[in-house]
Design a protein around this ligand. Sequence first.
Ligand code: ADP
Ligand code: MG
Length: 552
Amino acid sequence: MSQKGTINVAVENIFPLIKKFLYSDHEIFLRELVSNATDATLKLQHLARIGEASVELGDQKIEIKIDKEAKTLHIIDQGLGMSEDEVQKYINEVAFSGAEEFLEKYKDTAKDSGIIGHFGLGFYSAFMVADQVEIITKSFRGDGAVHWTCDGSPNYTLEPATKEDFGTEIILHISDDETEFLEESRITELLNKYNKFMPVPIKFGMRTETLEKPEGAAEEDAAPTEEVDNIINNPSPAWTKQPSELEEADYKGFYRELYPTQFEEPLFNIHLNVDYPFNLTGILYFPKMTQDLNVQKDRIQLYQNQVYVTDNVEGIVPEFLTMLRGVIDSPDIPLNVSRSYLQADGAVKKISSYITRKVADKLKSLFNDDRKGFEEKWNDIKIVIEYGMLSEEKFFDKADKFALYPTVDGSYYLWDELVEKIKDAQTDKDGKTVILYTSNKETQHSYVAAATERGYEVLLLDSPIISHLMQKLEGSKENVSFVRVDADHVDNLIKKDEEQISKLSDEEKESLQKVITDTIKDAEYTVQVEAMSSDAAPFIITQPEFMRRMKE
Ligand code: ADP
Ligand code: MG
């Protein structure tokens, strides 16, 4: 006979689990508690807006305080607060999310309210760093205040309390092995990391502000100062605004806010803004790229409703774009799941290809709007574009509209322009269009000079992945082949009617050929003695193209 039942989870068992495993990183308790304080504030604002709360809101803020003597950390908000019943329901029932319930109840109006919580577990992360937690809270609806205390066992106390204003104060009694969270510098660091762009002002201590000198003040008088709240966050960061509200200077300013230690200005930015079929906002910046792909600090940051989540966006942003900087904010990216799951997730895939498309569109419009400017930036951005062409088929297809092929004498061609330009003059015996290139025009000077003198276009292709890209282009474009300008193939392109006049006699050529061949004694190379009337090389030593590529 089959039976059905409900597994009974004993709370005694769940607490140590939450403490140990729910979050590997203890520091995120602060993010969770500030998120709850933010939610409480936003909920009250929402209720006031729709006429369900008639209270004087004022300038609501969240305050963080350290009491070193009492070894406590306080998170104080002026949000909607909780009645005794609500504490019973929202706090004493582990894994019941009041945030989810709120969004469900007000789903028609609160969709864009920015409310963060949804697992109903965040509050309990407090026990990762505290051995006792207190809540003093008063509902905006006006019932009396209550005081809840719990030492991390399933037993709590709940009693009436006195509190003037509505809102909530959470008091953490920091445990002895977590005393770092009583240090001002550590809390500042955490607030800067997780809460820097949260939507409600967050106060941590006071700071001194210098005021303007009063009119008529003497030169030697010090400017007056004033003690003001030290607000650590910018509640309305650039990415939450409409592109039409922002100027170039705002984007640059936000870049500095995001990366205070970056002195170099970004080359350009891409404002992301979609709400269907998924919700995503953000600003990506193209920094000047270094040749070294591995060094990457100041990475793209991922946010959810303005709460920092991570700077590891692997799997969400296509790999070639992880070299960019900036922020992405999306409530639709599932968190706390493995990267391989992320890569398979349909919504995440859509996000990733949306970002690729936006970046391609932006590059195209930058190119169209200001070709000269784009050409000047090419060297600093080509690595991303070339990497993208190699790794994302869709990007490869779009890149024809903006990927540039620079020549040794400073022209830049789009692919079609290049092929159009050279297709008549640079054809090999199989009828393929031959694209000549060099990776370093200085050391190959004489070959390059010889080729340009003959009227050929020589590309200067010198990025670390260029040989892969050439292979890809040879494989996907019709009838083209890349040939290094010093390769022996080049000679096959020379139009025989343009006879070159040598300064050497045939005997002289022969003996020169012998001397050089004997000297290098290497079958990989071929020697051609030309000694043209120009200043180009008197002889050319070449290595077949396939030998060279094998070594790359
Ligand atoms: P979640 O935020 O995912 O809903 P939490 O465990 O973080 O879950 O919090 C549980 C519930 O407790 C919240 O949904 C909210 O109803 C209530 N709560 C927590 N902190 C506060 C606060 N500062 N003010 C008002 N209610 C709060
Ligand atoms: Mg929460």
